[in-house]
Design a protein around this ligand. Structure first.
Ligand SMILES: Cc1cc2nc3c(=O)[nH]c(=O)nc-3n(C[C@H](O)[C@H](O)[C@H](O)COP(=O)(O)OP(=O)(O)OC[C@H]3O[C@@H](n4cnc5c(N)ncnc54)[C@H](O)[C@@H]3O)c2cc1C
Length: 412
């Protein structure tokens, strides 16, 4: 391993890393897929993979053992009323999502990458050797192993050691979130996203969810937006209160309690890092690509990783510029505005509580459902023409203006 030179070293074998390694290996590159964990490994997640992710899997011909398909979502407001957000097929995404426990999902993707020819390496990357212009020539593991490479893809999650070691991460410019989840027995006909109040008429700075799962084990969780702070938070009491609320609504049976709770950080809105510098490309959470409005990160991870790998195959000497452009084309009109909108909403808890009550009120909810669904889920780009595509595009443009005002978190 020490003597070998790689065309690309991919750090992290989550959805981003495995898709990047798979595309690179199929393109003929010599690629190492490095992760500190032994697989199969679990990852705190709601396990819901959105329509853009389903499309990537279909286009790459990767099969995953899904526990069911989900199309529409139920968004529940603080009044307890629900708005059913319809799923539409897009030109560039599927008409539905899938549910796959991450233990199985990440394992299946990593196996597909290895089958395609990627070399699995179990190592924790703790250092890099870079030249003065920032070009990384070698990534170095905690046990001293050195992997020489032409290109590095950092797919190592929201806290991205690669971004930190290469000086690409500015934590104070990042939009952070934290979320926890647990499994519990429940039959869930439609995924629920619950925008609840923290106290009467003051919105909770995040949302709770109850998603269907494998073998009757639903996924319940709660997450909060933290702005630019990454202080420790405990959400266990909030999760317990949320479960009690779900039980009162009849979504959970009496006496049903969550199992083991795990959590993780989210970096959202394309914030905290540039997507690329010198020969280092960041994909997925490492590039902060989580949707700031509903916390989806798996599909952006896979989509960005594929773009990164394609840029490396097309322009091995300078993939960064091409990757940055491709990412901006797909997410650039959505993420900065969604990040600014999230900050604006969380800084006005009373107005936001009132606004969500209005959106979920009878009549109004029927009028806004399509627009809400397309905009909130980041599905305007690649949508098919319909009235809600137009209105969601308008919301996206308005939110984009918010992002141009001074004082909000900027992406890289
Ligand atoms: C509680 C919770 C619920 C969520 N629910 C959803 C959901 O329902 N749907 C959705 O789309 N998104 C959800 N997300 C977001 C989603 O989990 C992430 O966006 C997704 O995992 C990003 O994939 P990734 O490949 O970029 O990173 P990760 O999945 O985090 O993978 C990073 C990998 O890098 C490895 N690694 C890290 N450091 C090193 C190192 N130094 N050396 C070697 N390897 C390293 C890790 O072991 C890990 O395997 C949720 C997040 C949380 C926290």
């Amino acid at each position: 391993m020490n003597d070998q030179r790689w065309d690309a070293v991919v750090v992290g074998a989550g959805p981003a890393g495995s898709i990047a390694a798979l595309v690179l290996a199929r393109g003929g590159a010599r690629v190492a897929l490095v992760d500190k964990a032994s697989f199969p490994r679990d990852k705190a997640c709601g396990d819901l993979i959105g329509p853009r992710g389903v499309q990537v899997l279909a286009e790459l011909g990767v099969h995953v053992p899904d526990a069911g398909q989900g199309a529409d979502l139920l968004a529940i407001g603080p009044s307890g009323r629900a708005c059913r957000l319809p799923a539409f097929p897009g030109h560039t995404y599927a008409s539905h999502g899938v549910v796959v426990p991450r233990l199985a999902f990440d394992h299946a993707l990593r196996e597909a990458a290895i089958t395609a020819g990627a070399a699995p390496v179990r190592a924790r990357i703790t250092a890099v050797d870079a030249s003065a212009d920032g070009t990384v020539r070698t990534v170095i593991a905690s046990d001293g192993r050195r992997l020489a490479t032409d290109v590095v893809i950092g797919a190592d999650g929201a806290l991205s050691p690669v971004a930190r070691l290469t000086g690409m991460l500015d934590p104070a410019a990042a939009l952070w979130g934290f979320a926890i989840r647990a499994y519990l027995p429940a039959e869930v006909p439609l995924p629920l996203l619950v925008l609840l109040d923290a106290s009467p008429w003051r919105i909770y700075p995040g949302y709770g969810w109850l998603f269907p799962g494998a073998d009757g084990q639903a996924n319940v969780g709660i997450g909060v937006g933290m702005g630019t702070s990454r202080r420790q938070v405990s959400l266990r009491d909030d999760l317990a209160r949320f479960c009690a609320m779900l039980a009162r609504r009849g979504d959970l049976g009496p006496g049903v309690r969550p199992g083991a709770v795990t959590g993780g950080w989210l970096r959202m809105g394309g914030s905290g890092t540039p997507p690329a510098a010198a020969n280092v490309l960041l994909a997925g959470d490492a590039a902060g690509l989580i949707n700031p409005l509903q916390g989806e990160g798996i599909a952006p991870a896979m989509v960005s990783a594929r773009l990164a790998a394609e840029a490396v195959l097309a322009h091995p000497a300078n993939p960064g510029a091409r990757y940055t452009d491709a990412l901006a084309g797909l997410f650039g009109r959505y993420l900065p505005g969604a990040a600014a909108l999230q900050s604006a909403l969380l800084s006005r808890p009373r107005a936001t509580s009132a606004g969500v009550r209005l959106l979920t009120a009878p009549v109004v909810r029927r009028l806004v459902a399509g627009t809400w669904s397309l905009y909130w889920n980041g599905l305007v780009e690649g949508a098919q023409p319909r009235p809600s595509t137009w209105t969601a595009g308008l919301v996206q443009r308005l939110a984009g203006h918010l992002a141009e005002r001074p004082g909000h978190v900027h992406g890289g």
